[in-house]
Design a protein around this ligand. Structure first.
Ligand code: 5GP
Ligand code: MN
Ligand code: MN
Length: 322
């Protein structure tokens, strides 16, 4: 991202009174954390700010409800129809805005902050850095360039984005810059222990039951690509254990431990009966390519897509791409 583009972003944001923020549907820690961080900073600077994401059933994922700044969020039905300035976070393409996609065409100015290599550049100004570990890095830079202070609440939102997208500083995106940013955030008083507990250690007991089912069912296909391990969780599994869809986070991180598999996948049935597929790679296969071929997208080592086919057929489609 060039200095000139940052200057333009600062110009656009500084001169606006009302700013609408949006992140991708089914937001993760990076998407929502970046959005709320910038929202809190702009509101403290006296701007009128709203933020949302275009899920058809609008609901903040339970694991992210501890994030400061929830009161910035509005139901997508109440989102401004033609915002003066709109900023999107962690959104690689317009479709990932869900029901908020239409608003981008009517926005006076559209600033896109993202780190997906596949970003389509759908903004009037695109601040896209595929080298950034998280969109939270771009969000921090925007706040910094606007000359706004990093409160502990803002830093907490940014830290959640950074720690989730780097896989707790384990993924290849764990650069000196990522650690330097973590240091700046911790210096504001962010509590990493509390954040880790909120994000990873607050599952209902039913999570163990569903995890057990998923692990029991896992299949290893060592001959496919560099090895494929996959499993699935149905809506009925969740109902039996009193778990909501957004509480399924993290099962893939156990499945992917399998050494004999380069690629791992989990199919999660959502409340509409569609399969949300999460894939991970250890580097042999670019799963963003695989998932793009199946109508989704993501990063080289973490990507996803939606399938309306039964489990076996969905896996057959995946296998054919490996
Ligand atoms: P997760 O498996 O954690 O839900 O998603 C991993 C990554 O895959 C996310 O960072 C996101 O970029 C991408 N991703 C997941 N699902 C989809 C999808 O349906 N479409 C697109 N374009 N990307 C997805
Ligand atoms: Mn994301
Ligand atoms: Mn991200």
């Amino acid at each position: 991202v060039s200095g000139r583009d940052w200057d333009r972003a600062v110009e656009i944001v500084s001169s606006a009174d009302e700013i609408a923020l949006a992140c991708h549907i089914s937001p993760d820690g990076d998407a929502l954390g970046s959005t709320l961080a910038v929202g809190l900073a702009l509101r403290a600077a006296g701007k009128r700010v709203v933020a949302s994401f275009g899920d058809r059933r609008f609901s903040v994922p339970r694991l992210l409800r501890f994030l400061p700044g929830q009161d910035l969020l509005v139901d997508p039905a109440r989102y401004p129809a033609a915002p003066e300035v709109m900023i999107t976070f962690d959104v690689p393409s317009v479709e990932r805005l869900g029901t908020l996609a239409a608003g981008t065409a009517r926005a006076g100015r559209l600033i896109v902050l993202d780190h997906h290599p596949s970003n389509t550049g759908f903004g009037t100004l695109n601040l896209v850095d595929p080298g950034a570990a998280a969109t939270a890095m771009l969000a921090e830079e925007l706040i910094h360039r606007l000359g706004l202070p990093l409160s502990r609440d803002i830093a907490t939102c940014l830290y959640v984005g950074l720690v989730t997208d780097t896989g707790s500083f384990r993924h290849s995106s764990t650069t000196p810059e990522a650690h330097a940013m973590a240091a700046r955030l911790l210096a504001t008083g962010v509590d990493p222990e509390r954040i880790a507990r909120e994000v990873w250690d607050r599952s209902p007991f039913g999570y163990l039951g569903v995890l057990g089912l998923a692990l029991e069912r896992a299949r290893l296909e060592p001959e496919v690509g560099g090895g494929l391990v996959w499993t699935f969780v149905t809506r009925a599994d969740r109902e039996a254990h009193g778990l909501s869809y957004d509480e399924l986070e993290g099962i893939i991180d156990v499945v992917r431990r399998t050494d004999a598999a380069d690629v791992s996948a989990i199919l999660k049935e959502d409340d509409d009966g569609a399969w949300q597929v999460s894939t991970r790679s250890k580097g042999g296969v670019d799963v963003s390519r695989v998932c793009a071929a199946l109508g989704g997208g993501g990063h080289a080592k973490a990507a996803g897509f939606t399938s309306h086919l039964p489990v076996e057929e969905t896996i057959a489609g995946l296998r054919a791409q490996l």
